[in-house]
Design a protein around this ligand. Structure first.
Ligand SMILES: [Zn+2]
Length: 473
């Protein structure tokens, strides 16, 4: 069932001959460069590709139509793109609920040190299912906990993504700066520098598909300045550029991290990243909360992207990222759930609403972000941040058919006239249909490939097993 980008090299003749799916009579927010919208429009999908988008119904005489969907009462948007997550944390939700980042990490590292392959597989399935049923068509996982003897953790994540049916960027993380070297994680939770780099290179060689519309991509992702040595950061950047893959890490998340960087390196996080080769248009960082004007200018100049994670930033009392200033400077910004140990909901819709609301608490107040800017962050912005904007992130002919049909005519939304306002300001909208490359992954609020009730039991059982192992240690 695993599909590859090879299917997206279809010629115009192949597209013309492919079976067609038509969705019509729905509101459409294309999120193209002009923010084109239709109050009642249509999209024609040929195979895995968008063939046409426009106002009114689709032509009635289109050949090869195998399915025609009446979208009355719905809003059609590009699929949502999640740019920062840690799937394994699905098993440790609801713990250390009143802690800041460093205290929360210190409480959870001893539990995470017992993660193994079967646990990660179910945790990844849970994380992916929660996102896919809520309109996410491209996911990412930043995995950086590799206990010795834990099994094939990379394989577990990629198997879960393929089974769920969504695109996935796996950021192969690492930590090599244990407590005895002045880092935050306990020594048992870190890898050797050479071991981490070698395993990362093996993951790229085995799994990375360079095509923009790939189902699977690998990024190089040392965890953070306080859990990774300077040498690992530097050599990781060299590895990523030698292999032509993207770089990801956490940056400028908390005041404690800023203090750590000043004490240990004599400079703030952004200057430290620049000194290790970590600014560039092939890099994106999670959080970026504590940035001054010169940091933002450095991101803009270099094209470095940001994964904005408002719920996690609030949960861990990290602060409010300066998203309006980042956007005004031209920095690529997407949205991220972050790991579900610091965002128990695990769905990206929460991030749309919270990005809008939390940024209005900052100094730009009511002009900080509007609903359409937030929808752009969640779709095209995320695609840019992941280096996939050529293939996904907007509804335009020639792009891959990653689309979501949101039901907007129920009690939750029917009395809100503007569907984009309803989607962003309102309650999570039910997903009538979510397509990845034209293939359904969620339909009428249910996942197509996953039994949610069985998955709920499996994730509960693995969370309990992890809890027992941690308690007995
Ligand atoms: Zn994170």
């Amino acid at each position: 069932m695993r599909r590859t980008a090879a299917q997206h090299t279809a010629t115009p003749e192949h597209i013309a001959a492919a079976p067609r799916l038509v969705i019509e009579h729905c509101a459409i927010a294309t999120v193209d460069a002009d923010d084109t919208e239709y109050t009642a429009g249509h999209v024609v999908i040929a195979g895995d590709t968008i063939e046409a988008v426009g106002p009114g119904p689709a032509p009635g005489d289109l050949p090869g139509v195998t399915r025609r969907i009446d979208g009355t009462g719905h809003l059609l948007t590009p699929g949502l793109v999640n740019t920062h997550h840690h799937f394994y944390q699905w098993l440790t939700r609801g713990l250390a609920t009143d802690h800041n980042l460093f205290d929360w990490l210190s409480a959870l590292y001893p539990v995470w040190g017992h993660i193994d392959e079967p646990m990660l597989y179910q945790a990844a399935r849970g994380s992916l299912a929660m996102m896919a049923r809520g309109g996410v068509t491209t996911a990412m996982d930043h995995h950086y906990v590799y206990p010795r003897g834990a099994g094939d953790l990379t394989g577990a994540v990629l198997r879960a993504a393929a089974e769920t049916g969504v695109r996935c960027t796996l950021a192969r993380g690492s930590m090599d700066l244990g407590a005895s070297d002045g880092g935050l994680p306990p020594d048992f939770a870190v890898e050797s520098l050479d071991g981490a780099l070698q395993a990362t290179e093996e993951a790229i060689d085995a799994h990375h598909d360079p095509a923009p519309g790939a189902m699977t991509q690998i990024a190089v992702a040392p965890c953070s300045p306080f859990s990774v040595s300077t040498e690992l950061l530097t050599r990781a950047a060299e590895l990523a550029r030698r292999k032509g893959v993207r770089l990801h890490t956490h940056g400028s998340e908390t005041v404690e991290e800023e203090k750590f960087c000043h004490e240990r390196f004599g400079m703030g996080p952004t200057d430290y990243f620049e000194s290790t080769g970590w600014l560039g248009d092939d890099v994106w960082m999670a959080h970026c909360v504590h940035m001054n004007d010169s940091d933002i200018a450095a991101f803009a100049r270099s094209g470095t992207g940001v994964a904005h994670c408002p719920s996690s930033n609030a949960r861990l009392a990290a602060g409010i990222a300066r998203v309006p200033d980042l956007l005004a400077a031209g920095v690529p910004v997407g949205l991220g759930v972050d790991g579900t140990a610091s965002n128990e909901s695990g769905e990206l819709h929460t991030e749309l609403r919270n990005a809008l609301l939390i940024n209005r608490l900052g100094r730009h107040r009511e002009r900080a972000l509007n609903a359409r800017q937030v929808l752009r962050l969640a779709t095209h912005g995320g695609a840019r941040v992941l280096g996939r904007a050529a293939a996904i992130g907007s509804l335009e002919p020639g792009k891959l058919a990653d689309v979501v049909l949101w039901k907007m005519d129920t009690l939750a939304h029917a009395s809100i006239a503007d569907p984009v306002t309803a989607l962003v300001f309102g309650a999570p909208a039910p997903v009538t249909l979510s397509l990845v490359g034209g293939a359904p992954v969620a339909e009428h609020g249910r996942l197509v490939h996953v039994d949610e009730d069985a998955l709920a039991r499996a994730t509960r059982d693995e969370a309990q097993r992890l809890g027992r192992l941690a308690a007995d240690a």
